[in-house]
Design a protein around this ligand. Structure first.
Ligand SMILES: [Zn+2]
Length: 246
């Protein structure tokens, strides 16, 4: 069987002397592992550099094993503007790392593909600080990790005016259930409705969201705690150890 697909390179390693093994997030197949045999021998079939987060067209050979042979790669978009800016480059690499780490092989989800595409493109005009929480909230929602904001996660009742967020439970806690959870932190209605808005609003409208600094700090606090607790990553630290500020 032979097929064509487009996809983002999300991880790559050199394989033997002349080849590359890469994780690719494709449109039709979801995440695949592709082997590019003879990549370093200047084969004319590989006109792409296969750099991280480049978008390419591939000819591939789907089969039962976990690694698929890829015989052709042509660059569609290299996102060169990201490579000239260390903060944006670092953020784009984080998107790729999160998608590689938290998606399974051969499970197609075009929403992940488009989230990656729109997030990378949006870094052209928007700051990494804005994209980080839009990307993470949307990724967590699409992949089913989503923080629950509609009902109290303990008693499943609608909450009244006061609400709390528990990172370990992964959602909102009402005033009554608050005593059950040591890590329950109060959360403002502004922050909770902003997260809900990001969950349900598509690109490019979602980029126009305008939040107060206090609200951004609150969201960052929740998101960072959630990612550290449930995903064991800190998306707010870039590769050089710099912290993204709210
Ligand atoms: Zn409750």
């Amino acid at each position: 069987m032979i097929d064509k697909d487009i996809g983002f390179v999300i991880k790559r390693i050199n394989f033997r002397e002349t080849s590359i093994l890469a994780s690719i997030y494709t449109m039709k197949f979801g995440k695949i592992q592709g082997l590019f045999k003879g990549f370093y021998t200047n084969k004319k079939e590989f006109s792409s550099s296969l750099d991280i987060f480049t978008l390419n067209e591939f000819v591939l050979y789907p089969r039962k094993s976990e690694i698929w042979l890829v015989s052709y790669a042509e660059l569609i978009d290299g996102y060169d503007f990201l490579r000239r800016d260390i903060d944006k480059n670092s953020m784009a690499a984080m998107f790729a790392r999160v998608v590689d780490k938290y998606t399974v092989l051969f499970y197609a989800n075009p929403r992940v593909f488009y989230l990656l595409k729109y997030s990378l493109e949006s870094l052209k005009s928007y700051s990494p600080e804005r994209l980080i929480y839009i990307f993470m909230i949307k990724f967590l929602t699409i992949c089913g990790f989503k923080p629950e904001f509609n009902l109290c996660i303990e008693c499943h009742r609608p909450y009244a005016d006061k609400m709390y967020f528990s990172v370990s439970s992964g959602g909102i806690i009402c005033d009554k259930c608050r005593v059950l959870k040591k890590d329950a932190h109060s959360i403002s209605p502004e922050a909770s409705s902003a997260i809900e808005y990001i969950q349900r609003t598509g690109f490019p409208q979602v980029l126009r969201i305008n939040l107060s600094k206090v609200c951004r700090e609150e969201i960052n606090f929740i998101l960072r705690g959630f990612c550290k607790y449930h995903l064991h990553i800190d998306p707010f630290l870039n590769m050089s150890g710099k912290e993204y500020q709210a």
